[in-house]
Design a protein around this ligand. Structure first.
Ligand code: AHG
Ligand code: MN
Ligand code: MN
Length: 368
């Protein structure tokens, strides 16, 4: 008997999935008043991500790795790839026409694109995890999008960037890892796309990402342990006592992505060297906080919700505690103890012994 083997034919040529452009278009079609500008902006970011991905993949070659020979506004040595990624994203956003101004980790001031009529501004960490560039370890890009508060058609100002994390209209990151992924939210869930280099397209691979409510991974630079606040040390000791896994790449995007998928907590508290923490609120912490909350997790500075922290200057730093809800709640509750006046010696130094603090954390979590 003759069959047309239609099922076999389908199996021979499995669908490649939903391409990012098509996904963005479908979402736009679902909103009758959407004008398509945010969609175009996201496509511009995806284009720059593909170009930076190509540069990252060539990173062993001369001219791509190594120091650029200048410092950024934070006194950090710029790597060539920091500068390359900055230029690539800025150019894509300028040429795309939907962005009036950009704030980048690599420049002190607001950068005007010349598109005064545009509706949006973008804050960006073009290359996150710079210390890992030369050693072939995962790095990333983090971005955050705001609708302007200044009228379209007038010059954008710094006020467009000072709105606070709850006003983000979109945020995301690109992870240049074992595969390259783009993960973003527009406030209706988190969607992850994996890059198919052969086709030159991102395809939906992680729809509706939800982070586990709890986890057994803690991520921090334990070399700074002795400089951490007492209650953070207590929390870390509690994690060790429970046999949690320590995982720390030193690329925030990579550490965040792993914990998002597996459940865990990332901590960059204040240290003696960095009393306000190391990470930047506008283009590192706000966007990742938006993503983690959309995925069901939490982000605090050890006390307050990151998204509600006021931004007083563009490159402001903050301590960060981000990840699974139960873990962030636990460490945040533990850190409240640091601020109790009875725990402070004269001069504001925290009092108490580490052993007591560890058992307090363990007892508090047992009673939850
Ligand atoms: P950047 O490369 O954009 O300056 O960011 C580096 C950040 C972050 O990615 C990472 O988690 C953290 O710095 C690592 O800091 P330590 O080396 O102090 O652990
Ligand atoms: Mn960074
Ligand atoms: Mn950076």
């Amino acid at each position: 008997m003759m069959t047309n083997h239609s099922e076999d034919k389908e199996k021979l040529a499995l669908p490649v999935g939903v391409a990012l452009d098509r996904f963005i278009k479908r979402n736009e079609d679902a909103f009758p008043f959407a004008t398509g500008e945010l969609s175009q902006l996201l496509r511009d970011i995806a284009l720059a991500a593909k170009i930076v991905n190509r540069e990252v993949n060539r990173a062993g070659l001369a001219g791509v790795t190594g120091l650029f020979g200048a410092e950024n506004g934070h006194g950090e040595q710029q790597q060539n790839l920091d500068v390359i990624a900055h230029v690539r994203f800025l150019r894509a956003l300028r040429n795309g026409g939907e962005v009036a101004a950009v704030v980048s980790e690599e420049e002190d001031d607001v950068l005007f694109t010349g598109n005064e009529a545009a509706k949006y501004v973008v804050a960006i960490d073009p290359l996150d995890g710079s210390s890992n560039i030369d050693v072939n370890v995962s790095i990333g890009t983090i971005f955050s999008v705001y609708r302007r508060v200044t009228p379209q058609g007038t010059p954008p100002t710094v006020e467009d960037f000072m709105q606070g994390g709850t006003h983000q209209v979109a945020a995301g990151y690109v992870l240049y890892g074992t595969s390259t992924m783009l993960v973003y939210t527009t406030g209706r869930g988190v969607y992850g796309f994996t890059y198919d280099a052969g086709l030159g397209e991102f395809f939906l691979s992680h729809p509706g990402m939800v982070t586990p409510a709890n986890g057994a991974i803690y991520s921090c630079n334990e070399g700074n342990f002795n400089d951490f606040p007492l209650r953070v040390r207590g929390y870390i000791e509690a994690c060790r006592t429970r046999g949690y896994a320590a995982r720390y790449i030193g690329s925030l995007v990579g550490d965040f992505h792993r914990n998002l998928l597996k459940g865990g907590v990332y901590l960059y508290p204040s240290t003696a060297k960095a009393p306000n923490g190391k990470l930047r609120l506008l283009y590192e912490c706000y966007p990742l906080a938006f993503l983690i909350e959309q995925a069901g997790g939490r982000a605090t500075d050890g006390e307050r919700r990151i998204l509600e922290l006021p931004l007083n200057k563009l490159h402001q730093r903050t301590p960060l505690c981000i990840g699974s809800a139960a873990m962030v709640d636990e460490v945040t509750a533990a850190m409240q103890g640091d601020r109790k006046p009875e725990r402070m010696e004269a001069g504001g130094k925290e009092e108490g012994r580490l052993e007591e603090t560890v058992s307090e954390v363990l007892v508090a979590s047992a009673s939850v």
